[in-house]
Design a protein around this ligand. Structure first.
Ligand code: FMN
Length: 306
């Protein structure tokens, strides 16, 4: 890490020692990957999305390779908020910044998880996973329907005083509209994007590769889409943005910062190299030093126009 560069950033009231987090669902509850990466070397990690009760996800096959990425349909599998607070958080080393991700099929479920997390000192903030089907809105994802999204953000903001990041779905026509909805309801920041809805077919068996049929595409395949969405959202709102999608190297992460993201999350890359986020954090500082930026924050939105 380059000592001369100030790497600190503020993500909607969550202060991070550097702008690199690991993405929800790809880093377990932190303890699983702690032997491979000193978690105090990165900005922090976002835990697997939590529901009020423990859940088992979809049956296998629920994960598959895709060109330049992977497909997953893990769904809601998690230990539940109670076990997270009781067993997972205390097992983490000191000094690790933890963002809890929350998930549900109704706004009330999200609020329940947020209320349980509200007084927990180790939780720096919550990330609202808006890529869940809203049961009362006919199964459409919260993040795909401006009204359902507004209701969700409003409900969560009432339930917690902790910083609230809203993680947006890329499966929309206008990401700018969804970003504005969140800002209007008081979201402290945005995380984007979640996995892109996708599928694959096994021709020998003449059936879908994933038992669930549909899954989420992640990894380098989605990076140009994610960059475009971060850039569009950054033009539309003034709350901070955390960029996610196919980040494998420091150079990839810098692209998101230049497009307006204050921080980034590393997801699929963790499956190839559990220490990827540490390497990316160091590389961003080196890039800033080489380019003559004394602070990483000065890279944010520093895209030159033609
Ligand atoms: C196996 C797997 C499980 C995931 N689980 C969650 C989850 O529980 N909550 C969530 O918000 N996103 C989840 N995601 C999405 C990632 O956090 C991330 O938004 C997405 O994979 C894009 O980033 P990437 O291309 O760097 O992986 C999951 C992704 C994968 C690959």
């Amino acid at each position: 890490m380059s000592a001369a560069v100030d790497t600190k950033v503020d993500l909607g009231g969550i202060s991070l020692r550097n702008p690199v987090l690991t993405a929800s669902g790809t880093f377990g509850y932190g303890t699983e990957l702690a032997p491979f990466l000193d978690l105090t070397r990165i900005g922090g990690f976002v835990a697997k999305s939590l529901t009020p009760q423990p859940r088992i996800g979809n049956p296998p096959p629920r994960i598959a390779e895709a060109p330049a990425g992977m497909l997953n349909a893990i769904s809601l599998e998690n230990v539940g908020v109670e076990a997270f607070v009781r067993d997972k958080l205390p097992a983490l080393p000191d000094g690790v910044t933890v963002i809890a991700s929350v998930f549900g099929t109704e706004p009330a479920h999200y609020a329940e998880v947020c209320k349980r997390l509200a007084g927990v000192p180790r939780v720096a903030g919550v990330e609202v996973n808006a890529s869940c089907p809203h049961v009362k809105a006919g199964g459409i994802e919260f993040g795909q329907d401006p009204r359902a999204l507004a209701e969700l953000v409003r409900t969560v903001k009432r339930a917690t005083g902790q910083p609230v990041l809203v993680k947006l779905s890329p499966n929309v026509t206008s990401i700018a509209e969804m970003a504005r909805v969140c800002e209007g309801e008081g979201a402290d920041g945005l995380s984007l994007v979640n996995a892109v809805q996708a599928m694959d077919v096994d021709v020998a068996r003449r059936r879908t590769v994933l038992r669930n049929g549909l899954g989420g595409l992640s990894g380098p395949a989605i990076r140009p889409i994610a960059l475009r969405m971060v850039w569009q959202a950054a033009q539309a709102v003034s709350i901070p943005i955390c960029g996610i999608g196919g980040i494998m190297t420091a150079e990839d992460a810098v692209k998101f910062l230049l497009c307006g993201a204050v921080a980034v999350q590393v997801g699929t890359a963790n499956y190839l190299d559990p220490a990827a986020a540490g390497r990316i954090a160091d590389g961003i500082a080196e890039y800033a030093a080489e380019q003559g930026f004394p602070r990483v924050i000065d890279l944010v939105g520093a895209l030159e126009s033609w």
